[in-house]
Design a protein around this ligand. Structure first.
Ligand code: AMP
Ligand code: MG
Length: 333
């Protein structure tokens, strides 16, 4: 029996999750929202938020799992990539708990955790389309590492959507609002920017803003944004599937909460000649969360991967720019 407590703090969400023998028992979180619904994220402000809520999120996770803190065996935390002030807050809390409870620490890569937690849906060796605020990558395991087969060349798709939504006066986060607005919209041609396995979004953003200024409706632009950009994401995912010869597609990241993206990805899987199974975790595991950190933490702890004993705590540091393919994947054969 292994009980792992996970801590997530890469960006807007502070989370604590508890996993016991591969089962997520609790997944508590609080997400930073800007007071006026506008503006962006100021990392120092977000870190303050995390500091203020950490205790209540921690207590909620323990209570939700029905366990006492002494029963925890190991603490896993999101080591990177992410915003340094936010990551630091999570790491400080991790070290504090580790010292208090006498538990070892596991450093987990946030993006890899999104992929590994797909196992709870039944995905075994998928290509993952990871579409979140800051990150947009197509990732799969190949030759001993998680490799990025395609990614955005400029901004993450969630930030792109949020940026347009803010410009259109819809507030933050924009994703759910754009999805709502898109209903019943009409297609207007937008630039389509797939470059090999990668995509580019900033030119489309400029184009959308110009069309809005010329009086095009938010409804039509929201609809066209979804149709165009999601088609780009699905196209690069399909190409990655063909390239690595995998038979599963997994969605991850907050943008994957979008029903139209889910529908388009599912249709691509069904339409392919070689059968591809489609997997989409429940919402609480798509968005940033600590359940996935605890989940991968358990796997890594058992494989002795990136585990630090209490005597080695000073060696533990954040990795704000850690790349998916920097991770030593010793837990998979
Ligand atoms: P994450 O960084 O993975 O927590 O995801 C946050 C991003 O997901 C934000 O940019 C949101 O606007 C976006 N998002 C959330 N729900 C939706 C949705 N229904 N459609 C599109 N984007 C969404
Ligand atoms: Mg994420």
């Amino acid at each position: 029996m292994t009980i792992v407590l996970g801590i997530e703090s890469t960006a807007h969400t502070f989370g604590v999750g508890i996993v016991k023998d591969g089962k997520i028992l609790s997944n508590a979180k609080r997400s930073y929202v800007t007071p006026d619904g506008g503006g962006g994220m100021i990392p120092i402000e977000v870190a303050k938020h995390h500091k203020n809520v950490k205790r209540e999120v921690y207590d909620e996770a323990l209570k939700g799992a029905g366990i006492k803190e002494e029963e925890v065996e190991v603490i896993a935390f999101s080591q990177g990539p992410g915003l340094p002030p936010c990551l630091l807050e999570g790491m400080r809390f991790t070290k504090e708990l580790s010292q208090k409870l006498g538990m070892p620490v596991v450093g987990v890569n946030h993006c890899v955790a999104h992929l590994e937690v797909g196992r709870v849906t039944g995905a075994k060796d998928p290509v993952m389309l990871y579409a979140s605020g800051a990150n947009t990558q197509v990732i799969a395991y190949a030759s001993g590492k998680y490799r990025v087969f395609g990614e955005t060349l400029d901004i993450g798709v969630g930030n792109f959507i949020d940026n347009f939504a803010r410009y259109a006066g819809l507030g933050f986060p924009g994703g759910p609002k754009i999805e709502e607005k898109a209903k019943g919209g009409k297609y207007i041609e937008l630039p389509y920017k797939v470059k090999g396995m990668d995509i580019a979004l900033s030119g489309i953003l400029t184009n959308l803003r110009q069309k809005l200024e010329k009086g095009e409706s938010v409804q039509n632009l929201s609809y066209s944004l979804q149709e165009t950009v999601f088609a780009m994401l699905v196209e690069v995912s399909e190409r990655a599937l063909a390239h690595v010869g995998k038979e599963e597609l997994l969605l991850g990241g907050g943008v994957a909460c979008n029903s139209r993206l889910q529908e388009m990805a599912r249709m691509m899987c069904e339409d392919r000649e070689e059968s591809v199974k489609f997997f989409c975790p429940e919402r609480s595991l798509l968005v940033d969360n600590a359940g996935m950190i605890a989940y991968l933490g358990e796997i890594m702890f058992k494989a002795k991967a990136n585990v630090f004993q209490i005597s080695e705590l000073e060696k533990v540091d954040i990795l704000p720019k850690q790349r998916t393919d920097d991770v030593e994947v010793s837990w998979r054969k």
